[in-house]
Each structure stands twice: as structure tokens, then as C-alpha cells.
Ligand binder design. Sequence first.
Ligand code: AHR
Length: 327
Amino acid sequence: MKKFVTGLAAAGAVLLALTGCSAAASGGSGGDKAPEDIIVGFAQVGAESGWRTANTKDVKRAFEDAGIELKFSDAQQKQENQIKAIRSYISQGVDVIAFSPVVESGWDAVLQEAKDAGIPVILTDRAVDSEDESLYMTFLGSDFVEEGKKAGNWLVEEYADSDDPVKIIQLEGTTGAAPAIDRAEGFAEVIKDDSKFEIVASQTGDFTRAGGKQVTEALLKSNPDVDVIYSHNDDMGLGAIEAIEEAGLTPGEDIKIITVDAVKDGMTALAEGKINFIVECNPLLGDQLVDLVKKVVAGEEVEKRVVTEETTFTQEEAKEVLPDRQY
Ligand code: AHR
């Protein structure tokens, strides 16, 4: 994994050399502003998961530590709320707008408004699918396709010695969100070469615990012989555990569970044997975001893509790291 990240960093450096993006070149304020004179508007997705709570906390902490004013809004998982927040930051004339897009599509108009106003935008955590990359300065966050591949690789290894069919339920994240699209893609890419793996049902639980429980309850009725649940985040996986237990089954044994995130509740369930494998998605993006904001405001070049370093956890590894887990 570390090799992969290093490779990406190197690729990012090459990309920067080719397509380096500076605030001065793309409408940033430029010049020397003291941290206390910088104002950043941050439009967060919501508070849908343990991951999101940890991310919000870390972003607020990092800006406070840096002495930079942060205007914060919670979009409650609605794109229209996020667009309103971004427009409000534009009219307030903040120095930088940072946001984690609820869904991938539909941002070009508001991003163009920010660009026209000369306010640089930084994407954090999730990407947009805009073809015009000049609409944002940089994208800081995980490689979600790679996360999906890691989940698939564990599954392939786990069932390497069996030719029996493996029936999988996929709990998808928010429909249209980058992590939902990419984690499904990466997973499918890995399992597609072995016909014993079959995704028998795939439905959104909107990245929430309640959503994961509700969807699993319904899908267990139509697929009582399911072997594996692949959940796009810990929270939906934790909801699935409740549904499995209420159905009189043992999570982690009767039905194996793979999730993404590695927040404390997920890691606890992994250490207890109720989840079988977790792919980490790191929410601690605050310090890197502050660095990027400072560079963008100073008119320095920033890499167009900054990939977060992440790992995976087995049940044994979860037991080891759990006591020191920050979130
Ligand atoms: O975008 C990151 C994802 O969003 C996390 O995996 C999930 O828990 C969150 O809601």
C-alpha cells in the first residue's frame, strides 16, 4: 500500500510539473496575508457518519490551531444546501472556499461563479465530475476506487480455497456520491474475474447507520442465503450488524462483513469479530487543508491532486490499534 501511495505522490509531482496550478494563475488572491487575515468558507456534507463527525472536528481544530477564521456550514446531505452555502461564501467575499461535495455532478455553475468572483476553491474528501479542472485549485482526499479494490482483494483471498458460490449484498453510500460510485467500481473490478462471486443485491443506505439497518433488514428477507455484506462505510455496516442479530444470525460468522472507514465504533466491532475486514478512509484532513489554503492564498503552486495515505485492518490488527485510535 505504502508503495502505491508513494507511486501516486510521484505521479502527482509529475502531474504538477505538467499542469501545476497556482492561485495567481487561477484567480486566487495572491500576496502575503497573515493567517489571522484569512477567511475560509467550508461547506460540509452533513453529519451522516462517525467518519464525517471526525472529519468536521479535525478541520475545525486545524483552522483554530492555525489562527485562520473558518466559516462552517452543514448541508445535511443536500446538494441545494451546499450550493446555497457556497453562494453565501462568494457574496461574503471569503479568501478560499473549501467543500466536500455531497454528489459528484452539478457543480459547474456555482464553481464558475466562484471563479468569476476570483475566489479559489479546494475540494476536500470528495471529487466533482466537472470536465473543466480550472474550476477548482486542488482535490485533497482518498482514492476511493483503490479502497474498493482493497475490499475486493480481501474477499478474493478469503475465499481462495473454495469453489462454492459467494453471494454478496452491497450497501451503497449516497447515490451519486464519489465514494459510493468509486468503491462499487473498485470492488467490482477485482471480483469480476471469478464467477463464484455474485452481488445479489445492491442498495443505498445513504452512509447512515439507520439506512444500513433498514436496507439489510429488507434484503435479508429476499436473500436469506447471503454470505457477505460489503458496506461502503462503517456506519451502514454497524446498522447491518443490528439487522443480522435481530434476524437471529451471527455477524462476522454466518454473514461476513467488509466495511470502509475504520472509525472507533467500526474498529470495535472488528475487534469483537462482528466485522471481518475494514479498509481505512482517513478523515483527518485538517492540517493538509490548512497548508493548501495558505499556499493558495499566497499564490503558490499546489498539486492538482493530493491523495491521503491509508491502510487496512484485520480483526487482529484492530485489537492492537484500538486503544490508541483517535476517532
Ligand atoms: O466521503 C467519505 C465518506 O463519507 C465516508 O466513507 C463515509 O463514512 C462518509 O459519510
